[in-house]
Design a binder for this molecule. Structure first.
Ligand code: ZN
Length: 283
């Protein structure tokens, strides 16, 4: 049986280099999780420190956060496996040579976005984009055709999507059968997923408990409203659709910094091109 968890340090020996800029990793740490969010999320002091490490610690040179470093490491491994290359950091990659790679970056992946922009086959979108130069995509209704992407990337997006299972089906639809969906979500594996909000029959947001926001808490931007606090059952939802591995940065933060890698399709997932799209799912 395939091992579900993988440890980066067994894969990469150069753990002292920033996987984005390639400079010696020196991090600046700040508090990222405010009191309001920590209280809403019921985070213990230890978990709060772990999420501060994930979101608040960043490369002094390029600004990549721990989350984006882990995402980049995972993407590099997929690229290396597919192309028989040995890239160690994003700045080292000859992005323009990857002419066959079709990659969907659904919402900005932080510092990694600057590198992905060199890909000829990049489809970059931001939900609700008002900028005509940037495509807007809703993960529940992607406008892309079936089986068109080698890689789909989302980083801390699914918890803000009102029906994340529908989003997973949509991502499975647009991925090639041998494609890879690489994602991060805030994930607490010792809890069950909590639904914080949903969309009601009038299409309005209905809060099921006190509203919780990511990003600047004081702004309370609708895009950053939390619909789900993901727990252990999130992995099962992924496994219902994909074959899943979890890449874990072995260090402080532990599984809080996990990256999920969803390859191909799970047995019994009969999603095929041209099939009817799934109707909205709800818990
Ligand atoms: Zn860096």
């Amino acid at each position: 049986m395939k091992k579900l968890y993988r440890d980066f340090q067994t894969i990469y020996g150069l753990n002292h280099l920033c996987p984005l800029c390639g400079k010696v990793k020196e991090v600046i740490c700040r508090t990222a999780i405010g009191d309001d969010l920590a209280e809403d999320w019921r985070l213990s002091p230890e978990l709060r420190r772990a999420f501060d490490y994930r979101e608040g610690c960043s490369c002094r040179h390029c600004g990549a956060t721990t989350r984006i470093m882990n995402l980049a490491l995972t993407l590099l491994e997929v690229i290396n496996l597919n192309n028989s290359t040995g890239y160690q950091f994003a700045a080292d990659v000859d992005w323009q040579s990857l002419t066959a790679l079709r990659l969907a970056e659904i919402n900005n992946c932080g510092v990694l976005h600057d590198y992905l922009g060199n890909l000829a086959g990049l489809s970059y979108s931001e939900y609700g984009s008002a900028d005509p130069a940037i495509r807007s995509e809703d993960l529940r209704r992607l406008s892309y055709e079936d089986n068109c992407f080698d890689i789909v990337l989302t980083s801390d997006v699914l918890e803000h999507v009102p029906d994340y299972r529908l989003a997973l089906h949509e991502i499975s639809r647009v991925l090639k059968p041998d494609g890879v969906f690489i994602l991060t979500v805030p994930w607490l594996r010792h809890r069950k997923t909590v639904v914080k909000a949903k969309i009601d029959h009038q299409g309005m947001v209905e809060l099921l408990s006190k509203a919780s926001y990511h990003g600047d808490y004081n702004l309370r931007l609708t895009d950053y409203l939390v619909f789900y606090e993901f727990g252990y059952d999130f992995v099962q939802d992924l496994q219902n659709i994909f074959a899943v591995e979890i890449y874990c940065h072995h260090g402080f933060g532990g599984l809080i910094t996990s990256v999920f890698v969803c390859r191909g399709r799970a047995p019994g997932n009969d999603l095929t091109p041209g099939r009817p799209r799934p109707t909205a799912l709800s818990r």
